[in-house]
Design a protein. Structure first.
Length: 275
């Protein structure tokens, strides 16, 4: 693949994601004020000093947006990596093992997917201690069911091919078959699914924070910022629209990159795409 073959939409998406991660990594140096620092009046309108104005407690929205990028991306990235790892390992193991292992894993996955994700998350988070570790694990476990479904589908397509059967006849173990035979031939659809899961994690985290069971105050995250400033919309204050726009823009950027990855994948079989 050559760089000039990448469409402009994919470049826009990658640029947006890169900017968000730069803000997240260098937040203490890029933010003009502290994450919880009160610097002025409540819901002060934007001016030359405060680009996006102040929030419901008089904190700089631009600074909290930068710190919120760190929290939002950290939790979403961690949840996506864990969910993807768990879903892929279990789904590939089920596809290779077949029999009772495949049946047990698949039926349990169907059971988990039958429960509404948001309701299940709200119930669990309301019972368990509210901290970032618990939040990440709950998001990861719930999201891994979707990864399992796709992973098993693509693994079954590859598992019946001749080179996998040849590896089995040679006496190769399950781990060899999974990581050396199946995984390299399913990378493109799995990378696209990883992007979709990442976008979903951002939206899901923002929803949980908006409902009060995500990132807890005074830590900044974009969903919580929308919740804190939603009452200002009644008075014509746009403080809630800034983090809401950031969530939407990042989700669109991720989807632009995912759309490009999907176009490079002609089918679930093989999935290497054009070199």
């Amino acid at each position: 693949m050559r760089l000039r073959d990448i469409p402009i939409t994919a470049w826009i998406g990658m640029a947006g994601i890169a900017i968000a991660f730069i803000f997240a990594i260098f937040a203490p140096w890029l933010a003009p004020y502290g994450e919880t620092q009160v610097v002025g009046d409540v819901w002060q309108l934007p001016d030359n000093q405060y680009i996006f104005g102040l929030d419901n407690l008089g904190r700089d929205i631009f600074s909290r947006l930068i710190y919120g990028a760190r929290t939002t991306l950290l939790v979403s990235s961690a949840a996506t990596v864990i969910s993807f790892s768990l879903g892929i390992i279990l789904s590939f193991t089920a596809a290779v093992s077949r029999g009772i292992i495949d049946t047990v894993f698949s039926r349990f996955n169907d059971l988990m997917m039958s429960i509404p994700t948001l309701i299940f998350a709200l119930v669990v988070l309301a019972v368990l201690p509210q901290n970032i570790i618990v939040l990440i694990l709950v998001m990861a476990i719930l999201d891994s069911t979707r990864v399992y479904r796709l992973g098993r589908a693509v693994a079954l397509d590859v598992a019946v091919m001749e080179f996998v059967e040849a590896a089995t006849l040679r006496g190769e173990g399950k781990l060899w078959i999974i990581f050396r035979e199946i995984l390299p031939n399913t990378l493109s659809p799995l990378l696209a699914e990883f992007g979709l899961r990442f976008a979903f994690s951002i939206l899901f985290l923002s929803t949980l924070s908006f409902l009060g069971l995500g990132i807890q105050p005074p830590a900044a995250d974009w969903g919580g910022m929308v919740k804190d400033n939603k009452d200002g919309i009644i008075f014509g204050i746009s403080a809630a629209l800034v983090p809401g726009t950031a969530i939407a823009v990042l989700a669109v950027c991720v989807n632009l990159v995912v759309d490009w990855l999907l176009k490079r994948t002609s089918s679930l079989k093989g999935g290497r795409g054009d070199a």
